[in-house]
Design a protein around this ligand. Sequence first.
Ligand SMILES: NC(=O)c1ccc[n+]([C@@H]2O[C@H](COP(=O)([O-])OP(=O)(O)OC[C@H]3O[C@@H](n4cnc5c(N)ncnc54)[C@H](OP(=O)(O)O)[C@@H]3O)[C@@H](O)[C@H]2O)c1
Length: 276
Amino acid sequence: MPQRILVTGATGTVGRQVMAQLVEIGVEVRALTREPVDLPPTVEGVRGDLSVPDSLRAAFDGVEAVFLVWPFASAEGLEMVLKLMAATRRVVYLSSAAVRDHERRAERLIERSGRQWTILRPHAFAANALRWAEQIRGGGVVREPYGQAAMSLVHERDIAAVAVRALTQDRHAGSVYELTGPHSLTQAEQVRVIGEVIGHPVRWEETSPEDARRQMLARRWPAAAVDGILRAQAEMTLGPAPVTATVEEVAATAARTFRSWAAEHAHAFEPLVRDE
Ligand SMILES: NC(=O)c1ccc[n+]([C@@H]2O[C@H](COP(=O)([O-])OP(=O)(O)OC[C@H]3O[C@@H](n4cnc5c(N)ncnc54)[C@H](OP(=O)(O)O)[C@@H]3O)[C@@H](O)[C@H]2O)c1
């Protein structure tokens, strides 16, 4: 088992869980953050920015394995970052089941880096539902297009559980793991589940893709990204999303349901004023 592991994206949805689960099993963890943040007492914090390779030297010094989140829409700069991981023998990269161009490029660079690698390709995160929190708290209605878009949402703790196995066990070297939750659920079903969990009905109200596009552009989202999101959602209406057994096979525990994720995060969705 590696003596010291660096977790990047340590303040993010998945990295935070990877860090916590490594601490639980007694691994020495170093966390890369851009700003000073509160970390668990046994975790060593180190400052660095993945877009500034020179800022990463201290972070990589003496680590045997790296959990790599590459939070950019381009693989540019990754090759240099991989070269800086001189002492690192293992990299676990958080890719995506969508495998967009930059993710595919990043995967190739990692595969050719001369290190033991494992690639995680999760489907949509259950945590994406947090984007509805304000609408649900404010009135119990989610207004968006593509209510019939189906996803097999994966819990961040399950992604982390697989990452921790890949970081600490030799047998995952050279594997590409597609990670899903246990069920395919449409977006309309997801908001219904949230309503059931918080004990307060939540309704899906279908809007047009054109309206959604206008709103996202008004929030200054790049047009290419907006069109990509809407195109992907339209495709997801064509049938149920695939479900894999990888979480269970690798982490030896059943993948968590969206309902259990919603129960853990119920506080984020509970209405501001209850009409009881
Ligand atoms: N959401 C989904 O459904 C989904 C599905 C499949 C794959 N993914 C992939 O998951 C990844 C994101 O993971 P996540 O959701 O766990 O992260 P997240 O919650 O979005 O947080 C991003 C993390 O990256 C860090 N970060 C951002 N810019 C950085 C920089 N220049 N240098 C160093 N660190 C930086 C942030 O740190 P700060 O605290 O400094 O901002 C934060 O810890 C993306 O690559 C995405 O493509 C997402």
